[in-house]
Design a protein around this ligand. Structure first.
Ligand SMILES: Nc1nc2c(ncn2[C@@H]2O[C@H](COP(=O)(O)OP(=O)(O)OP(=O)(O)O)[C@@H](O)[C@H]2O)c(=O)[nH]1
Ligand SMILES: [Mg+2]
Length: 272
């Protein structure tokens, strides 16, 4: 089992009423300098990869330990663009025989050496400038900070029908898995390495792994905080999920089934 935390009742004594909840504010005692590994899965992202690396590096500054690109031998040579930067903090892993988002993230997390791990899309639909905000909310209380469209100040800026589909799906996921998280398909996260050392997800599939990770982490008593962010369409290139309405519906059905399996199936954390 993971580290256990006990819930304490809110202190309502007069002396403490002006002290904000610890989990609502960045914890200045929790140093993040040089500790952050950012994992970026990439497949045919030549329009975005260089800008993503630059903006993440500029945003994290001295907190950045490394950026790990997990690229599945993109035909558009995304991996080469990243390699050619010759940035000592950028590591490119070019996979020749494997494919898939969940397996790429699984590999990237295993490779990461920072004590804080962030992962996100590299298509600039998720704002690189918000990475420090996620990281800053990790502290003695919060083990996982999720960028969420449904937390205060969060928003899904895509077309209304597209945002509505995600909202309904995430409501379904919350009803089945619990309301300790609301954005079960975010894919934008900062987490302590001790959590990823303990909690593993299936390397199969696309975005379903995220709900599995949050569910298992919650089961192991790790604390999850959601922080709002504004989700936009990817900046360039093509989506690997949103290729047609029917593909999207099929993916939704697969995700829906997987949520049921996560909640009611026999699948257990690999290390239990
Ligand atoms: N290594 C690897 N990365 C992938 C693969 N499929 C998608 N990705 C990357 O994973 C991230 C998520 O894929 P997206 O196509 O952005 O999926 P999405 O976020 O649901 O869709 P849009 O942002 O709307 O385009 C992006 O950074 C992709 O480049 C894959 O098979 N292998
Ligand atoms: Mg994306």
């Amino acid at each position: 089992m993971g580290r256990k935390t006990t819930k304490t009742k809110k202190n309502t004594s007069t002396t403490d009423t002006n002290i904000p909840d610890q989990h609502d504010l960045p914890n200045l005692q929790y140093s993040t300098t040089g500790r952050v590994s950012v994992v970026l899965p990439s497949y045919n992202e030549k329009e975005n990869i260089v800008e993503a690396i630059e903006r993440i590096s500029n945003a994290l500054k001295t907190d950045l330990y490394e950026i790990i690109i997990i690229d599945d031998n993109s035909p558009d040579l995304t991996w080469k663009l990243a390699q050619d930067l010759q940035n000592p903090k950028v590591r490119v892993i070019r996979r020749m025989h494997e494919r898939g988002l969940a397996s790429a993230l699984d590999r990237g997390i295993q490779e990461a050496n920072g004590s804080i791990i962030v992962w996100m899309d590299c298509d600039l639909g998720l704002p690189p400038e918000d990475v420090p905000k996620l990281v800053s909310h990790l502290n003695a209380h919060n083990d996982i900070v999720v960028g969420s469209r449904y937390a205060p100040h969060g928003k899904d800026n895509r077309a209304k029908w597209r945002a509505a589909m995600s909202w309904v799906f995430n409501l379904y996921a919350s009803c089945i898995l619990g309301f300790y998280a609301r954005d079960y398909t975010s894919g934008f996260i900062a987490v302590k390495k001790e959590v990823t050392d303990k909690i593993h997800f299936s390397p199969h599939g696309f975005g379903e792994y995220f709900a599995e990770f949050l569910y298992k982490a919650h089961q192991h008593k790790y604390h999850i905080l959601e922080v709002g962010y504004i989700y936009n369409y990817r900046k360039g290139g093509k989506s690997k999920l949103d290729t047609s309405f029917w593909h999207l519906l099929k993916a939704g059905a697969q995700y829906g089934w997987r949520i049921l399996k996560i909640r009611f199936g026999k699948e257990k954390n690999q290390q239990d």
